[in-house]
Design a binder for this molecule. Structure first.
Ligand code: GTP
Ligand code: MG
Length: 428
């Protein structure tokens, strides 16, 4: 048997070469995709297809009884039989062989198979090889198509703003990637564009600074509690379950006491869970901060009165689902009784935008006048901050960044918020 390799840009091309050189009787022994090793097509970086094919040459008589080794020999044996010689083994009954899977593994040829079956078997094998190669080609094409579709989608997304220079489009994409609502992001970038000098359009740093400045003007921050001199100043934290209210109260209290030497008192109005009281009490004992538990609105009033000599009274409340109106109304009675100066609504940045909006809407009942964004460390994107603030422009008081008391809290600052919204992290 004469064996030869053919390489083409497609399976078809290699196959044609094979037919031309070895003729119609040639059989494919193996085919595979190979790396492009140069040549005319090297610029495309596309793979090449290699076919190893064979054609019968008149066999030597010894071949008939030789052990079957490589695939070329296997294919040669039935052909030899077809050339008029009889098989020496087998009982004369013939079972049609399963068409082999195309692979480089040696395949045993059927014993005593008639010529037409052998041919059919070879044809089947060739067909499968060709199908396999075509499937690989299709898979590659699908990958390419996916890439192009993404590019087209990106293009369409921003094509309604064809006038925007590239520097602005880059920022627009960054905002959208950080989950800033697309329409809002476009409006922001358009505004930056209209406020940027034409000579600066291509200066990425200038455009970015203008964007950060605009966002800083869009957000509000609360006056840090340590700077408030009116005493006692009463602050309540409210929000859905598990967003970090109690942990945040402990962080605020510890920071006010340790770093600003303020006289703090704690009131736990979370009588729903015994563990919640213990949680805050343990902290209060360690930090040596006075704490009271209020089981009714009346007891909250009394607690606030009791601590009237302290600078800041922090009230922890029970976590309530925004979907449960009755629970929210009960909670409101506690909060109203404390007559707080500030009500901070805690929103977890791990929730979806729609959930956050729903929470802010339902918690309006408690008249929050500050927002705390918690669990920044767990959020993959932070664009929801501006999405929420755009709809509910409340001052932000704190951001929390982990479970550790007292470290994992940051007092809100406009520059920091702008960086978070644009880039997803604090760094300038
Ligand atoms: N990763 C992370 N976890 C936090 C953060 N703040 C609080 N947690 C964790 O969130 C969980 C709930 O915290 P809590 O402070 O008990 O939340 P809560 O809002 O008081 O919960 P309820 O009183 O049950 O409504 C705890 O495991 C905290 O350690 C934060 O900023 N980042
Ligand atoms: Mg709690």
């Amino acid at each position: 048997m004469k064996i030869k390799k053919f390489v083409g840009r497609s399976f078809q091309e290699a196959f044609e070469q094979m037919k031309q050189e070895l003729g119609p009787d040639a059989i494919i022994l193996h085919s595979k995709k190979v790396k492009n090793s140069g040549g005319l097509d090297f610029l495309s970086g596309k793979p090449m297809y290699e076919i190893t094919a064979g054609i019968d040459t008149p066999p030597a008589p010894a071949r008939e009884t030789a052990p079957l080794r490589g695939i070329a020999e296997e294919m040669a044996v039935p052909r030899a039989r077809a050339n008029g010689r009889r098989a020496t083994r087998g009982n004369g009954t013939y079972r049609a062989p399963e068409p082999p899977m195309p692979s480089a593994e040696p395949v045993t040829a059927p014993e005593q198979a008639p010529e037409n079956v052998i041919r059919a078997w070879e044809l089947e094998r060739q067909k499968m090889l060709s199908q396999l190669t075509q499937l690989t080609e299709i898979k590659d094409e699908i990958t390419d198509i996916k890439k192009v579709v993404t590019q087209v989608a990106d293009f369409l997304k921003y094509s309604r703003m064809p006038a925007l220079p590239e520097t602005f489009k880059v920022l627009l994409k960054q905002l959208v990637d950080n989950d800033v609502n697309e329409d809002l992001a476009k409006a922001i970038v358009q505004t930056v564009y209209s406020h940027t000098n034409a000579k600066d359009y291509k200066k990425a740093d200038v455009v970015r600074r203008n964007l950060l400045n605009l966002i800083q003007r869009m957000v509000k921050v609360g006056r840090p509690l340590e700077q408030i001199s009116r005493v006692p100043y009463v602050v309540a934290l409210v929000g859905p379950t598990g967003v970090g209210k109690t942990t945040t109260i402990a962080k605020i209290a510890a920071n006010l006491k340790l770093f600003y030497n303020r006289k703090v008192a704690l009131v736990s109005a979370d009588t729903y869970r015994i563990a919640a009281i213990e949680q805050l009490q343990t902290f209060a004992n360690i930090a040596n901060i006075p704490m009271s538990v209020a089981y009714s609105p009346q007891e909250i009033r009394e607690a606030v009165l009791k601590y009237r000599e302290r600078d800041i009274i922090l009230i922890d409340t029970v976590g309530r689902s925004q979907k449960h109106d009755q629970h929210l109304r009960e909670l409101n009675k506690f909060v109203e009784a404390a007559n707080p100066d500030e009500v901070h609504l805690v929103l977890s940045l791990t929730s979806s935008f729609r959930t956050m909006l729903d929470v802010v809407k339902r918690f309006q009942l408690l008249r929050p006048n500050r927002l705390i964004f918690s669990k920044l460390d767990e959020a993959s994107q932070t664009g929801n901050i501006i999405n929420v603030l755009y709809k509910h422009p409340l001052p932000v008081s704190y951001l929390t960044t982990g479970q550790t008391v007292p470290n994992d809290i940051v007092t809100a600052d406009k520059g920091l918020l702008a960086n978070l919204i644009v880039k997803g992290d604090f760094a300038a």
